[in-house]
Structure formats: structure tokens, C-alpha cells
Design a protein around this ligand. Structure first.
Ligand code: AP5
Ligand code: ZN
Length: 217
């Protein structure tokens, strides 16, 4: 099964992807996580991406497309995968199509902008594993510490309010058009079109997860 999770920054893509991945045994492919790992390791890709990510802009389509094309050839993708944060521009979606990658489901997690700002200011992450918390809505058992390793949690550098607003602007301008892109594929009767579902992303993490599981069957 091949799934795209579409949604604004902070909509809960990463949180839900981690749960779905465990349930269906398919890997989460988060281009954001891959880029953060590259930044941390100081690779050429990381050096190119670092300032762009910190400013809330998008890394170039060519770099992202090459990264994803290579990732999906790995052995763990044989039974499918879950894209989190990819595609996020029309050229990225077209590149997937041109490569003949069939997608079963596109699921949009819909959350209003004002809720996003509150969510991201309270987000804390465990850098090594990518586990995601929120100081109120999804709090770790011990304040500031990862549940599994006990290591300290950190804030992402792009979660400042000004950068979040910039990321939201970029989302509306460059990523939101994907809603039409995928919906019009379906209405044009394209038999390869993925099934498109929008779910309300406001509610408990568990309630959203249930909605996703219903869609995925
Ligand atoms: P990326 O890492 O993909 O960031 P994003 O899309 O901005 O999404 P986030 O990770 O911020 O949010 P999320 O939806 O995963 O929410 P989460 O589950 O963490 O990308 C980062 C950067 O990399 C981009 O800005 C860009 O520069 C670059 N990049 C990445 N991919 C790219 C691409 N394809 N092309 C070009 N550039 C690319 O949840 C957020 C918070 O809310 C957490 O605290 C969580 O605990 C909490 N929460 C989750 N669910 C709920 C709920 N139901 N109720 C209350 N709180 C909740
Ligand atoms: Zn994420």
C-alpha cells in the first residue's frame, strides 16, 4: 500500500505516520526527517538545505525528487510506504507520476492555521528517533524527556512563530494546489488515480488515527 499524507505544517502528519507505519508494516518516508538527518550529518545535501529549512522555504524540487526516487528503491519499500511531507509541489507530484509510481491513497489532514501555530509552539521532539510530543496534547511521561530513552527533547529550529507563519504561507501557495491535482485526476476518471480523502485533523491523536485506519481499511 502506498499512501500520501498531505497537510499543513503541524497538521499531525508525522504523529500519525508513526502509528500507521507500525500497524501496516510499511516505512514512513518523511522528506523533512531525511533532510534534518542530512543537515545534522553535514552532507552536501544538508549544507544546501540548512538555511532554506531554517527560513521556512522549500528545498529545490530536483534535490527532493532525487532523494525520494532513491529512497523508494530500498528493500523495505517492497510492500509500500507512507509519504509524509512529500510531494509538496506540483512538479514533485508530476515526477512521481512520470516515474510510474502508483499511489493508492492521498489523505489530507485538515487543520486551521491558528491551531497550527499553537501546536508547533508546544512541539518537542526526540532528535535521534524522531518521536514527536506536545507539551500539553501529547506530553511525555517525564517533562522534557523521551519516554523510551529518557534523553532530552528539543524544539525544532523552524518552530518559532514567525517561521511557522512563513511555512503556512508556503503551504497555501505551493502545496495546497495538490488537493486539486489529485482530486481532478479522480474526477477525470483516471483509473490510476489514488483515492482522495480529507479528514478533520482536530481532535485527539487517537480519534484522528481511527479515522485514518477506517480509510485505509
Ligand atoms: P517537515 O518536517 O515535513 O515539516 P512540515 O510539513 O512543516 O510538517 P511538521 O513536521 O511541522 O508537522 P507534522 O504535520 O508532521 O506534525 P506533527 O505530527 O509533528 O519539513 C520541514 C522542512 O523541510 C520544510 O519546511 C522544507 O524546508 C523542507 N522539506 C521537507 N519536505 C520537503 C519537500 N518535499 N520539498 C521541499 N522541501 C521540503 O505534529 C505537530 C505537533 O502537534 C506535535 O507537537 C504533536 O504532538 C501535536 N499534535 C499532533 N496531532 C495532534 C492532535 N490531534 N491534537 C493536538 N496536537 C497534536
Ligand atoms: Zn513532520
Amino acid at each position: 500500500m502506498r499512501v500520501i499524507l498531505l497537510g499543513a505544517p503541524g497538521a499531525g502528519k508525522g504523529t500519525q505516520a508513526q502509528l500507521i507505519m507500525e500497524k501496516f508494516g510499511i516505512p514512513q518516508i518523511s522528506t523533512g526527517d531525511m533532510l534534518r538527518a542530512a543537515v545534522k550529518a553535514g552532507t552536501p545535501l544538508g549544507l544546501q538545505a540548512k538555511d532554506i529549512m531554517a527560513s521556512g522555504g522549500l528545498v529545490s524540487d530536483d534535490l527532493i525528487i532525487a532523494l525520494v526516487k532513491e529512497r523508494i528503491t530500498a528493500a523495505d519499500c517492497a510492500n509500500g510506504f507512507l509519504f509524509d511531507g512529500f510531494p509538496r509541489t506540483i512538479p514533485q507530484a508530476e515526477a512521481l507520476q512520470e516515474a510510474g509510481v502508483h499511489i493508492d491513497h492521498v489523505i489530507e489532514i485538515d487543520v486551521a492555521d491558528e491551531e497550527i501555530v499553537a501546536r508547533l509552539s508546544g512541539r518537542r521532539v526526540h532528535e535521534a528517533s524522531g518521536r514527536i510530543y506536545h507539551v500539553i496534547h501529547n506530553a511525555p511521561r517525564r517533562e522534557g524527556l523521551d519516554d523510551v530513552t529518557g534523553e532530552p527533547l528539543v524544539q525544532r529550529p523552524d518552530d518559532s512563530e514567525a517561521t511557522v507563519r512563513k511555512r503556512l504561507g508556503v503551504y497555501h501557495e505551493q502545496t495546497k494546489p495538490l488537493v486539486n491535482f489529485y482530486q481532478s485526476m479522480a474526477t477525470a476518471g483516471d483509473k490510476n488515480a489514488p483515492r482522495y480523502t480529507r479528514i478533520d485533523g482536530v481532535g485527539s491523536v487517537d480519534a484522528i488515527r481511527q479515522q485514518l485506519l477506517t480509510v485505509l481499511g
